[in-house]
Write a protein that binds this ligand. Structure first.
Ligand SMILES: Nc1nc2c(c(=O)[nH]1)N[C@H]1C(S)=C(S)[C@@H](COP(=O)(O)OP(=O)(O)OC[C@H]3O[C@@H](n4cnc5c(=O)[nH]c(N)nc54)[C@H](O)[C@@H]3O)O[C@H]1N2
Ligand SMILES: Nc1nc2c(c(=O)[nH]1)N[C@H]1C(S)=C(S)[C@@H](COP(=O)(O)OP(=O)(O)OC[C@H]3O[C@@H](n4cnc5c(=O)[nH]c(N)nc54)[C@H](O)[C@@H]3O)O[C@H]1N2
Ligand code: SF4
Ligand SMILES: [Mo]
Length: 746
């Protein structure tokens, strides 16, 4: 096969930034990869990892046939028709016996693929299923619940322009999240007028660039932030004009903060009181402040409270809806529901912020003897048997279900425990996109065209959903016929027909993705049938943000849809003006209500809240899941993509290494309340004594010869505990696992 000199445009699928890239193909191999300078959001930027994407496309062992598990536990390859009809029959049995609500959907989206999940709603609607979850429910749902109360929706920072940038439990040098992170971080670092503040127990690569590094004791961010807030209030550094004009209930919040003991906060978090005061004063003096909180706090003690305190810092200083500050934004489609009073799970009654079942209660929801327990699970584009806390409990839960269906490109740790595994086309073999569009004032979206045909035997998820729905008898025939005919006549007749069809039968609105796939889909150019759902999303954008859409250059929903279909380097779909930011605040008078009584209660309780969770048995705080240059969730199922850190080293501080007798490069045994594991030690003076870190993404069971598998590095969630979770959002404390570490003889 000869190499083809054409550069094909697509995007990196390894993190939420989805940097635009170009690929030269050699047959099915990615011969060369480079940034796409024309990309609307990333302009040619990539990090080291994008260049390794051939290991995703060609490195692992792909599934090429649906698999059915037999009674003896072995898998038999079956054809698609057999798989679809058997799965449908079994789903119907579960529904008819236990109700549609007992079918539980997990996943639907990874770092690079959200289009498949966009079709799942129709399948769930047809089954009468009501519960779903995904990885957001083990990281972002506490923050989302706070957002629901305050600004009413998601906010993001403007780090390109912020005078002061705050990174709280976030290491963007490695994990990105901030678009073009390394460039932006370097720009802030070299500008004397700008200040970077990093709050992290580890001296990270980001902290190396910071002006102020608050090297907190692990798990004590609530005290650190309460201390900063108390300085703002007690030294009267808050923005009273903003508070009076734009918020409600500020006095209640200020009164709480007046009583916070700053010296004690400094002591608990292991910081000098002076440093807390300097930090607060720098924030207050800035013309703009942006903050980014991530897993270091969202997967640690007091996480929902910490999210609240973080947001109060920029709200009390008026850093909302202006350049360089925090801003709300438009959505292609919201990734979660923003609800202050979320519904509850059927069995344990856990709150479901974001509309998602907290990951840490899933096993209990299944294993508890209760009439409404989940009976079947559809798992798509994620690997919960590896990524959810307490893998053993999750495996037990899977075994207790009547039916488990996994949709993935490879046979994963989760797939191996399924009744059926359905092979998906890879993210470079189908039309794909993500809905990680968080920018303001210009927000962008990128629909990627396939670089390759689907590997024989695989199907794109929208087609898998459609086949399941056809077999289920998902939609009545008449509307399908009407819509098909209208689609052939053109977009305007189609729009009218669609409106008429859903007006006659409101239930069909929930089936919209499927209806579009079946009717408009086949008329789309270049086989872009899976993009049909974007037609509805373009209508939504036109209806929700009409002026911003027009400012971005789209005269109608259909014009936007066409721009999405054709924009190989992405499109700007909305362009706001700064004052418009307030229109995103849904509360009365567009004011931000500051008090969240439940969290103010937790703030008041900090004096008696434990700040230390280690014990004599488990004296070390293990951060189970550090992002490194050599990790990318479990997207690569091929260890050879890594150039360094191939074993996934356990990083420990020099003092702990000495006290525990651990040698650099030697093996150590890690023990927690739930399990043990072994790892290679790396002595790292970036860590403070008593703190250790393991990388995420390791510990996959990858096929070797003769059907056997081999594990490299630690499967983190063999070590984590389900009950170790936030009381409000149920999010896990993966970054704060009490552990014991001991040397192992070589
Ligand atoms: N290279 C790489 N990049 C990735 C990913 C990947 O796998 N690899 N995954 C992507 C995903 S899914 C996500 S969610 C993001 C996550 O991105 P991040 O949240 O930035 O990643 P982490 O390394 O898990 O945690 C961030 C920091 O929290 C710190 N930390 C640990 N304990 C505490 C604490 O008690 N308090 C404070 N303040 N900080 C603490 C750690 O030292 C670490 O530096 O990364 C994304 N980007
Ligand atoms: N202990 C601990 N646990 C953690 C974390 C931690 O830091 N510590 N981090 C948590 C976080 S923040 C996250 S986001 C989760 C991530 O964990 P998961 O949500 O489970 O997601 P990924 O690891 O990204 O797994 C993606 C899956 O999608 C499959 N895949 C790839 N492309 C396609 C495709 O086109 N179609 C389909 N159907 N499948 C595809 C891959 O083979 C892989 O199985 O892990 C969480 N778990
Ligand atoms: S920052 Fe790196 S991993 Fe993230 S999308 Fe861009 S190239 Fe990929
Ligand atoms: Mo994540």
């Amino acid at each position: 096969m000869t190499a083809d000199a054409t550069w094909h445009k697509t995007a990196c699928i390894l993190c939420e930034n989805n940097c635009g890239i170009q690929v030269q193909l050699d047959g099915r191999r990615f011969a060369k990869i480079r940034g796409d300078q024309e990309h609307v959001a990333t302009g040619g930027y990539t990090c080291n990892k994008a260049l390794r994407l051939d290991h995703y496309q060609n490195g692992g062992t792909r599934l090429t046939s649906p698999l059915r598990r037999e009674k003896d536990g072995t898998f038999t390859p079956v054809d698609w028709d057999t798989a679809i009809s058997e799965i449908t029959a079994r789903l119907k049995t579960v529904r008819d016996t236990h109700g549609g609500k007992s079918v539980f959907y997990y996943g639907g989206a990874g770092q690079g693929n959200h289009l498949g999940g966009a079709y799942s709603g129709a399948l769930l609607r047809a089954l009468g299923a009501r519960y779903r979850s995904n990885a957001l429910a083990q990281e972002k749902t506490g923050e989302g619940w706070v957002d629901a109360h305050l600004t009413g929706g998601h906010t993001a920072g403007d780090f390109e322009h912020a005078e002061v940038a705050v990174f709280l439990g976030k290491n963007p040098w490695q994990s990105h999240g901030v678009p073009r992170a390394r460039t932006v971080l370097k720009q802030i670092a070299k500008d004397p007028a700008r200040t970077m503040i990093v709050i992290d127990p580890v001296r990270t690569e980001t902290a190396d660039l910071a002006d102020i590094h608050l090297q907190v004791r692990p798990g004590t961010d609530a005290w650190c932030l309460a201390g900063i807030l108390a300085v703002l209030v007690q030294e009267d550094l808050v923005d009273h004009t903003f508070l009076e004009a734009r918020t409600t209930g500020a006095d209640t919040v200020l009164d709480h903060l007046k009583t916070v003991h700053i010296a004690r906060c400094a002591e608990v978090s292991g910081l000098e009181e002076d440093l807390l005061r300097t930090t607060a004063r720098r924030i207050a003096a800035a013309s703009s402040v942006s903050t980014y909180e991530d897993l270091g706090v969202q997967q640690g003690p007091n996480s929902t409270l910490v999210s609240y305190l973080n947001k109060l810092i920029w709200l009390l200083t008026g850093n909302f809806a202006k350049p360089g500050a925090m801003h709300p934004h438009s959505w292609v489609v919201p990734l979660a529901h923003y609800d202050t009073d979320p519904r509850r799970t059927p069995v344990t009654g856990a709150r479901m912020p974001g509309g998602l079942v907290p990951c840490n209660v899933i096993a209990e929801e299944i294993l508890t003897d209760h009439p409404e327990r989940f009976r079947a699970m559809i798992i798509e584009s994620s690997n919960p048997a590896h990524s959810l806390a307490d893998s053993a409990a999750f495996s037990e839960a899977l075994a207790a279900l009547d039916l488990v269906v996994v949709i993935d490109i490879a046979l994963t740790e989760t797939g191996r425990q399924a009744d059926y595994v359905l092979p998906a086309a890879s993210q470079f073999e189908k039309w794909e996109a993500t809905f990680f569009a968080f920018e303001f004032p210009r927000n962008t979206f990128h629909l990627r065209a396939p670089l390759l045909d689907p590997l024989p035997g695989t199907l794109p998820e929208p087609e898998i959903h459609a086949r399941l729905l056809r077999e289920l008898g998902g939609a009545p025939r008449v509307p399908l016929t009407v819509l098909r005919t209208a689609a052939r006549l053109g977009r305007t007749p189609f729009k009218l027909a669609f409106a008429a069809v859903v007006a006659l039968d409101k239930k069909l609105l929930g089936m919209a993705p499927y209806l579009l796939y079946e009717t408009l889909g086949p008329t789309l150019p270049a086989g872009a049938r899976p993009a049909a759902v974007l037609w509805a999303l373009a209508q939504r954008i036109a209806k929700t943000y009409p002026a911003a859409m027009r400012r971005a250059g789209h005269t109608s929903a259909d014009a936007l849809f066409d721009a999405m279909l054709g924009g190989r380097s992405g499109v700007t779909f909305t362009e706001d003006e700064y004052a418009d930011a307030w229109n995103y605040v849904p509360h009365p008078g567009r004011r931000i209500p500051l008090p969240i009584p439940e969290l103010l209660g937790l703030l008041a309780d900090l004096d008696t809240t434990p700040a230390v969770h280690t014990s004599d048995d488990f004296p070390i705080v293990l951060a189970a899941g550090q992002r490194r240059a050599s990790t990318a969730n479990t997207i690569f199922r091929d260890n050879t993509w890594r150039k360094r850190d191939q074993q996934g080293a356990l990083r420990v501080s020099p003092r702990d290494a000495e006290q525990l007798g651990l040698a650099d490069g030697a093996l150590a045994q890690i023990t927690t309340s739930r399990g043990t594991a072994q790892a290679v030690v790396e002595i790292d003076d970036r860590l403070q004594p008593g703190h250790a870190a393991l990388p995420n993404g390791f510990g996959l069971d990858l096929p070797v010869a003769d059907g056997a598998t081999e594990r490299t590095g630690v499967a983190l969630n063999t070590l984590t505990d389900l009950t170790w979770r936030d009381p409000i959002a149920g999010t896990p404390w993966h970054k704060h696992v009490p552990a014991r570490i001991a040397p192992l003889p070589a």
